[in-house]
Design a protein around this ligand. Structure first.
Ligand code: GTP
Ligand code: MG
Ligand code: NA
Length: 343
């Protein structure tokens, strides 16, 4: 029997792609934020995490489908850098995700880090959707703010529609050369074997409803088992950061399980395992980026999936990219320490 609604965790979606294809801008468009413009050189240099509650997703997708069955509590989206220097961060981001968005600039087609990202996803057997971004740059594009893509496309001139078709055909061919079958999502009849392309604009929001609905629906339909909530903690340290007033903190992604204030944890440290106690469990507000300094919400406990800032003593030498372990009354602390240092 299928599990009920209450027991699914939020899917984790990682955004990957070549530099400047619009990964962060797409998230800004969904969040209603301006993170990208605050980045040094307009370049993402860290992994980010944003939680989107289902209510926000429903609001954003209602023009496309008013009665969508959204069974998951929300969606946790992981932003990654596209600059070639950050292969390790792309690898870390992709290792956490249930599903991914591979962003391609419609004016550029496949680029080196598109192919690198594609290979990462293939090697992890990860499911993904292609966002063909910057459709508003097609010459003569008429904006249709936040509209479903088929509706927006019908409003375009024949010239725009033809340029669109030509570019899509070229990009489908480029993917084919990489051994991947792709098709526009609204024509794709075999989502298991053929990857779906969703045309989007992060500037004017066309195709965003389609992207969100496809992500959630597909995750719910194909990953019910994977998304069934489990008590065992699965948690990865993304970043180690000194925050004024909080001391050294770690930003983590909780993939499964529940964390509580006061929990005893162990993380891998540069000078040996760090055993400590969670002083505060913090998150940004929903729809805000974890990596951007801002107001934090305090929680007594947090259920997966979430991006969390943890404050605790002794985190100065914690190592990003390693797992966080929970020490339960049944555990032997030394065993957990050994485990933590194996990363
Ligand atoms: P990295 O994280 O550095 O790899 O880049 P990114 O993929 O996150 O791209 P980013 O969001 O930084 O956007 C790069 C540039 O493209 C910015 O100047 C954006 O304003 C612009 N841009 C992004 N999406 C769109 C879009 O849909 N349409 C148009 N016209 N410009 C876009
Ligand atoms: Mg970015
Ligand atoms: Na950028």
């Amino acid at each position: 029997k299928k599990s009920g609604n209450g027991n699914l965790r939020s899917p984790i979606c990682c955004i990957l792609g070549h530099v400047d294809t619009g990964k962060t801008k797409l998230l800004d468009c969904i969040r209603g934020t301006n993170v990208q413009e605050g980045e040094a050189g307009g370049i993402t240099q860290q992994i980010g995490a944003t939680y989107f509650p289902t209510d926000n997703i429903r609001e954003r997708t209602k023009e496309l489908k008013a009665d969508a069955m959204l069974k998951v509590p929300g969606l946790l989206v992981i932003d990654t850098p596209g600059h070639e220097a950050f292969t390790n961060l792309r690898s870390r981001g992709s290792s956490l995700c249930d599903i991914a968005i591979l962003v391609v600039d419609i004016m550029h087609g496949l680029e080196p880090q598109t192919i690198e990202s594609l290979n990462l996803l293939k090697s992890r057997n990860a499911e993904f959707i292609v966002a063909l971004n910057k459709v508003d740059r097609l010459y003569g594009w008429k904006k249709c703010l936040n509209a479903p893509i088929v509706k927006a496309m019908k409003l375009q001139s024949i010239d725009v529609q033809n340029e669109f078709k030509m570019r899509v055909t070229q990009i489908v061919t480029q993917f084919k050369e990489q051994g991947l079958n792709t098709e526009l999502y609204y024509k794709n009849k075999n989502m298991g074997e053929t990857s779906s392309i969703v045309p989007t604009s992060a500037m004017s929001g066309e195709g965003i409803p389609d992207l969100l609905l496809l992500l959630i629906n597909w995750a719910q339909r194909t990953m019910e088992e994977k998304l069934t909530f489990m008590d065992d903690i699965q948690c990865t340290v993304l970043e180690v950061k000194v925050i004024e007033g909080l001391g050294t903190t770690i930003d983590v992604v909780l993939v499964n399980g529940v964390l509580h204030e006061g929990d005893q944890i162990v993380v891998c440290g540069m000078q040996g395992p760090i055993a400590t106690t969670i002083r505060a469990l913090l998150t940004p507000h929903p729809m805000k980026e974890l990596r951007v300094k801002g107001a934090y919400l305090h929680h007594k406990e947090l259920k997966a999936a979430q991006g969390i800032k943890i404050t605790a003593q002794g985190l100065e030498h914690a190592v990003a990219g390693t797992a966080l372990y929970l020490v339960t009354p049944n555990d032997d602390l030394d065993d957990v320490k050994d485990l933590a240092m194996q990363d």
